[in-house]
Design a binder for this molecule. Structure first.
Ligand SMILES: Nc1ncnc2c1ncn2[C@@H]1O[C@H](COP(=O)(O)OS(=O)(=O)O)[C@@H](OP(=O)(O)O)[C@H]1O
Ligand SMILES: [Mg+2]
Length: 455
């Protein structure tokens, strides 16, 4: 634990990458500067500060005064292109899903036709396949197909069957519609519409099985498909793993706007509210959000999901909640009892003194809620034998960690993304917290009650 905490301790930056907006701010704060020169590796000026106190004071001032910055100004050189492309791809995917959800659920779309059951009986929709094809195509165009390896949730087996002809043509149309309007995000659409074979190829190209070495993307095209088909919360999750470590995470949450109260509204109620309060694309209130973080940056970011033909907006930094008193804390967990034992978490909540009722939310939106500071704890205790998949956690974990939180298994160990498609060796369950004090308390409660539980 001590090692884990010291790893999580914030280190003062050695240097800060600045954009023009920050440059103006700098002129009024020259007292902080020791030297100011152009960074040899980027176009951005870089300032070097002489001691830790100055660095910390300067960082605090920067945060207060320039909350909104561009991606390039923040993440330094490494993974800039990867992050930029991934964020754009997730924006495209969010809009695709919003459109499909709207058609499917709210405009009387053919649910029987467009929602299929997988072998494990979980649902899969045209959105799952369409997002997978779209993101796979965008990544391949940006980096070259030979450089892109993707672990993703869907395959083309059921989509290729003869009785799936109509759903396949819906997928092809959805992908082409989505890519043809991707120019608003600076993504060059295909010269001509993708053929069916190209769409199937893009989906099936996501056949990496991950592992401890090299670089691969991890994609959950629609996480929380049950929430998606119920008109509720869902997420698009894209992460980059290098040598077994998650280095980038991007999480699109199309039904999670700025106002955290929205998380409490169930299904149709959220939809009615969204229609009553007409979304203003310039504000944060009516639409979803995209969160992202780069490993080791100690910063996580959120952009509003813009509607209409607007592209990507500036990002705002997010931090986890500062609440460490269990009485005031809120914990999130899966909606479905089959996915995590509500009885067990209720016992944990009682023993650590959590008073608020659990926030049951579909998908990795739970990770987003912790990273944004809208809730303090996420717990998941799946039934014995269930193997957690890396795509259900990778993006969320790095975003929470960089926003200042902690994510481990119930034994306090970091989740291991280096063992293939599954989180092998996971000790009992997953605990994500805003801070170490809450995390310690939950782990202690798990230890105290595990043997008497039915898990
Ligand atoms: N039996 C069982 N136990 C544990 N976990 C399971 C189980 N079945 C499925 N899954 C995975 O859980 C993903 C959804 O997790 P959530 O936290 O969103 O659960 S819930 O839908 O709110 O109940 C879900 O992701 P999606 O398939 O992307 O929706 C699954 O990967
Ligand atoms: Mg999932």
């Amino acid at each position: 634990m001590t090692a884990l905490r010291s790893n999580l301790a914030t280190k003062s930056p050695q240097a800060l990458f600045l954009n023009n907006k920050n440059n103006n701010f700098l002129k009024t704060h020259l007292k902080f500067l020791v030297s100011f020169r152009n960074c040899p590796k980027s176009r951005n000026p870089i300032c070097c500060l002489s001691n830790c106190d100055q660095k910390t004071e300067f960082s605090n001032e920067m945060e207060k005064n320039s909350n909104w910055v561009s991606i390039e100004s923040e993440v330094g050189d490494k993974y800039v292109k990867e992050l930029e492309v991934a964020v754009k791809a997730v924006h495209v995917a969010c809009l695709l899903c919003q459109k499909v959800q709207e058609d499917l659920i709210f405009n009387g779309g053919d649910v029987v036709e467009n929602v299929q059951a997988k072998d494990d009986n979980s649902p899969v929709t045209i959105a799952d396949w369409s997002v997978q094809a779209t993101v796979s195509w965008i990544l391949s165009e940006a980096f070259g197909p030979e450089n892109v390896s993707i672990v993703a949730e869907e395959d083309i087996e059921s989509l290729s069957k003869s009785d799936a002809r109509s759903i396949l043509s819906s997928v092809v149309k959805t992908v082409n519609d989505s890519l043809s309007s991707a120019a608003r995000f600076g993504i060059k659409p295909p010269v001509t519409n993708l053929e069916t074979a190209q769409v199937l190829e893009a989906i099936s190209r996501c056949n990496s099985t991950g592992g401890p070495t090299g670089r691969f993307w991890v994609l959950d095209p629609v996480d929380g498909t049950l929430g998606f088909v119920r008109g509720d919360q869902y997420a698009i999750a894209l992460a980059l793993v290098e040598n077994g470590e998650v280095v980038l995470g991007v999480l699109g949450c199309p039904n999670y706007p700025m106002n955290k109260e929205w998380l409490n509204y169930q299904n149709g109620y959220r939809r009615i509210l969204s229609r009553l309060t007409k979304p203003d694309s310039a504000s944060w209130d009516g639409n979803g959000c995209v969160l992202y973080a780069k490993k080791g940056s100690k910063k996580a970011w959120m952009q509003p999901l813009l509607s209409g033909d607007k592209g990507v907006a500036s990002a705002r930094q997010i931090r986890v909640s500062t609440i460490d008193n269990p009485v005031l804390a809120t914990f999130c967990e899966p909606v479905e009892k089959a996915n995590s034992s509500h009885v067990f978490t209720q016992g944990l909540a009682h023993s650590v003194g959590l008073r608020n009722r659990p926030l049951r939310v579909y998908s990795m939106v739970k990770y987003a809620a912790i990273a944004r500071g809208d809730a303090e704890i996420f717990m998941k205790f799946a039934r014995a034998g269930y193997k957690e998949k890396i795509w259900d956690h990778a993006a969320g974990v790095v975003i929470i960690e960089e926003a200042g939180g902690i994510v481990t298994d119930a034994g306090g160990r970091p989740l291991d993304f280096s063992k293939g498609m599954y989180l092998q060796g996971l000790d009992r369950g997953i605990i994500a917290c805003a801070g170490a004090s809450l995390h310690d308390k939950i782990m202690g409660a798990v230890d105290a009650s595990w043997n008497s539980s039915s898990l």
